[in-house]
Design a binder for this molecule. Structure first.
Ligand code: FE2
Length: 401
């Protein structure tokens, strides 16, 4: 962006500093001064802030005087919106137990116009991530207590934080850390001492990627909204979807499903009947028995649902549920008449909770069955060949446990 380039030029000209230092404390101002000098390619020996090296005397003094390492603080650099953000200023968390190194990163990012928060430990970082809406995390690898790898792993496993890009700060040529970083889901790496231009470019690129990912998430949200609207259109089901999501999560955990499988099962709770949007009211809302022709139309909902969700990559694990939730173990179901384990396992699991919830809920045409009655109906259906006997046994154990 041109504004950004213009600002970089300003910074490179040390006679024209772009940030009024009275907006930040003296410690950061010194770090910023250091960062400015670094961007002018002054001697690395003077400016390197590696943990193993002794910090310059000015840095030691300012750290001791004004920096409390136990407190994380927000550094807002108002009036320096050099990136030309058209929405809220993106927020970056810098996590490093080395105060000098952390402050340099903070100063560099502040110069780029980001709102910067800092943490001196992994545990503080985890706390802050849960409290703040962050757009990116710059994370040191080696820290006492929870190290950077653990922090990253925690964030990437959490549905609410997995989209926040994580850049690991590593030493040059630290191949092992990079491999470990990739394993725990790091999005990028940067080496110390920081190169301002490189840091700015990496941060900006990941921010852009995050926005794209969020847009995709928004597309998912649209699907969930459509599914909710369909459910409210069908007076027969009540809060069926919401209950399926909860039951799916619990049964998935009982079966030791992975995090992703459980998520798919839960999403299946919301989305399995999304294809009903394509079923005419005259069929979907008909009271009384459907004619064979109407049944043909109704069965289309699994194919329509699959078609709606297919373009979204994140929906791939849910599609087997959408397409196959009406298959039967003996091959008498639809749409493909799959037999036994030809039916995707996650669809078999979903069927158990779908049927159980339908049986134990009140519908216009039936009362709600007790737990025992519902399991007895499901046992009869299994005897007649509709369900996986082994899975039903596990489901009974889960429900009665
Ligand atoms: Fe269905």
């Amino acid at each position: 962006m041109s504004k950004h380039t213009g600002s970089s030029e300003l910074v490179a000209n040390s006679s024209n500093p772009p940030i009024k230092t009275n907006h930040i404390d003296s410690t950061h101002a010194l770090a910023l001064e250091n960062a400015n000098m670094y961007s002018l390619n002054l001697s690395q020996q003077e400016l390197t802030l590696e943990k193993t090296e002794v910090s310059p005397s000015w840095m030691k003094q300012s750290v001791n005087l004004s920096y409390n390492p136990l407190i994380s603080r927000t550094l807002e650099v108002k009036g320096s919106r050099v990136n030309g953000f058209d929405i809220d200023v993106p927020k970056v968390l810098v996590v490093d137990d080395n105060a000098a190194s952390r402050m340099t990163a903070v100063a560099l990012l502040a110069m780029e116009g980001y709102e910067v928060i800092e943490a001196d430990s992994g545990s503080t970082a985890v706390e802050l991530v849960n409290q703040q809406q962050l757009d990116l995390i710059l994370l040191d690898v080696m820290m006492p207590g929870i190290d950077g790898f653990e922090v990253c792993q925690l964030l990437k496993q959490n549905e609410h934080t997995r989209l926040i890009p994580v850049i690991f700060i590593t030493a040059l040529n630290d191949k092992r850390s990079r491999i470990r970083g990739i394993e725990v889901g790091a999005d990028d790496f940067i080496t110390k001492p920081f190169d301002r231009v490189e840091l700015a470019a990496r941060v900006k690129s990941l921010m852009r990627q995050k926005r794209l990912n969020e847009d995709l998430d928004h597309a998912e949200q649209v699907l969930f909204s459509i599914a909710g609207a369909i459910e409210s259109r069908d007076p027969n089901t009540g809060d069926h979807c919401e209950r399926l999501v909860k039951l799916g999560e619990a049964f998935g955990e009982y079966l030791n499903f992975s995090h992703t499988q459980i998520r798919n099962l839960m999403w299946g709770g919301y989305l399995h009947d999304i294809g009903k949007i394509g079923i005419p009211d005259g069929v979907l809302l008909k009271r009384g028995k459907l004619t064979p022709q109407e049944w043909d139309i109704m069965r289309q909902h699994v194919l329509i649902g699959e078609k709606i969700c297919l373009p979204l990559r994140s929906m791939r694990g849910v599609i087997p549920i959408i397409r196959h939730h009406h298959e039967r173990w003996d091959g008498s179901g639809y749409p493909d008449g799959l037999i036994g384990d030809e039916i995707p396992y996650i669809a078999q699991v979903f069927q158990m909770i779908d049927i159980y919830d339908a049986l134990t809920s009140e519908r216009p045409y039936k009362r709600s069955f007790t737990k025992e009655e519902a399991l007895s109906v499901m046992a009869k259906e299994t005897e007649s060949g509709w369900r996986n006997p082994k899975l039903l046994k596990q489901f009974v154990e889960f429900i009665t446990s």
